[in-house]
Write a protein that binds this ligand. Structure first.
Ligand SMILES: *Cc1c(COP(=O)(O)O)cnc(C)c1O
Length: 391
């Protein structure tokens, strides 16, 4: 019997990819050789890079490498099971205790990544009868966590405390959770934490703060955005990630004792996932010590931020209002942003172009990230190169 040829119902990805290409929205991965740092190599060429979230320059630190090696020797490389079966090892426990003490909250829970943490904890805290109030510029993993929770999702305009208050006042949901990036990942601005905490106390809502970009960078000793803004509230559920300033990998949630105990029971991304390699917990304990002890990293970073902002103030493009190492230069058009990125690459400088849907339409940008591993001369080189591109 001849084979019948039916019209294919499979999506035509090659046409869709071409469409992305035409819109200057197709992304490519550059294959980096060597370790992370302010200088990165790809395609056989070295670039001065302003791409990384390794804000304190710890990702390739000798003390952390040594801790990873020590951890591998002591515990092997795999945890072998999830935390609730037999994968919760002494060093994971020690890390959680150190993290809780560091941020000054009763208890902490270590996750394999920030993405997993947010997508697991929101559904564990809030269900169908609840409501999640989410800042319009929140990170994708908060958005995904809110969707997974099946709660009603109320999006409020970026940083608009009055709009949030209005939504909270009208809500009849049984449980409420306000979720916000503490430092916004594509804009670098700090959320109005004091106002958010006051509103959550007033309306009996949890406040989930995702401090992926503040942990290690902001506040006394790098304790993060809560310390930076002087916020203390038992409504706060704090999330710090450990792959950015901490230089390693993973994330933690810190909150009241019973909140953490509940998450251990119910956060599906925690329960149904193999524990992170114990050597990472060992490395993170070493990282935590450096974060706290080496204030000079934050002082130097702040000086670089100030220097960059002064140097770029007279460019025709708007530098977003940010006091953090995330310094976005808003270009607008996708194509123009890509051209600028290419021109900088030709000058040996790598700054990522960030386009929709990561950022709103019409706000494509060069997202400059600074690190304590950059020198003053590095920053000056970027300033000169960007001035050479104005016309
Ligand atoms: C990077 C980031 C995450 C994800 O953390 P990972 O540990 O990289 O998965 C979560 N939230 C925000 C705001 C981030 O910028």
């Amino acid at each position: 019997m001849p084979a019948t040829t039916l019209p294919s119902v499979m999506p035509n990805f090659s046409a869709e990819l071409q469409q992305l290409e035409r819109q200057a929205l197709r992304r490519v991965r550059r294959i980096v050789s060597g370790a992370q740092g302010p200088r990165l190599q790809f395609d056989g060429k070295e670039y001065l890079a302003f791409c990384s979230n390794d804000y304190l320059g710890l990702a390739n630190h000798p003390a952390l490498i040594e801790a990873a090696q020590r951890g591998a020797a002591a515990y092997g490389v795999g945890a072998g099971a999830s935390h609730l079966i037999s994968g919760h090892m002494q060093v994971h426990e020690a890390l959680e205790q150190a993290l809780a003490a560091f941020v000054g909250l009763p208890r902490a829970l270590y996750f394999s990544s920030g993405y997993l943490a947010n997508s697991g904890i929101i559904p564990a805290l809030i269900g169908r009868d609840g409501a999640v109030f989410s800042d319009a510029l929140n990170h994708a993993c908060i958005i995904d966590g809110a969707r997974l929770s099946r709660a009603q999702v109320e999006i409020y305009a970026h940083g608009d405390v009055a709009a949030l208050a209005d939504k909270l006042a009208r809500s009849t949901a049984a449980r409420k959770l306000v979720a916000s990036d503490a430092v916004f990942s594509m804009d670098g601005d700090v959320a109005p934490l004091r106002e958010l905490a006051a509103l959550c106390e007033r309306y009996d809502a949890w406040l989930l703060l995702d401090d992926a970009h503040g942990f290690g960078v902001l506040g006394e000793g790098g304790r993060g955005a809560l310390a930076h803004c002087g916020v203390r509230s038992s409504n706060v559920i704090y999330l710090g990630t450990l792959g950015k300033a901490a230089g390693v990998s993973g994330a933690f949630v810190a909150a009241q004792e019973d909140v953490i105990e509940w998450l251990i029971q119910r956060a599906r991304s925690y329960v149904f996932s193999t524990a992170a390699p114990p050597l990472l917990a060992c490395t993170l304990l070493a990282s935590l010590q450096l974060i706290e002890a080496e204030q000079w990293r934050r002082t130097h970073l702040q000086a670089l931020i100030a220097r960059l902002r002064t140097g770029l103030a007279s460019l025709p493009w708007r530098l977003a209002a940010s006091e953090t190492p995330i310094q976005p230069l808003i270009i607008g058009e996708n194509q123009k942003t890509l051209e600028l990125m290419q021109a900088l690459l030709a000058a040996g400088i790598w700054v990522p172009a960030i386009r929709p849907p990561t950022v709103p339409q019409g706000t494509a940008r060069l997202r400059i990230s600074l690190s304590a591993a950059h020198s003053t001369e590095d920053v000056d080189r970027l300033i000169v190169a960007l001035h050479a591109q104005r016309d």
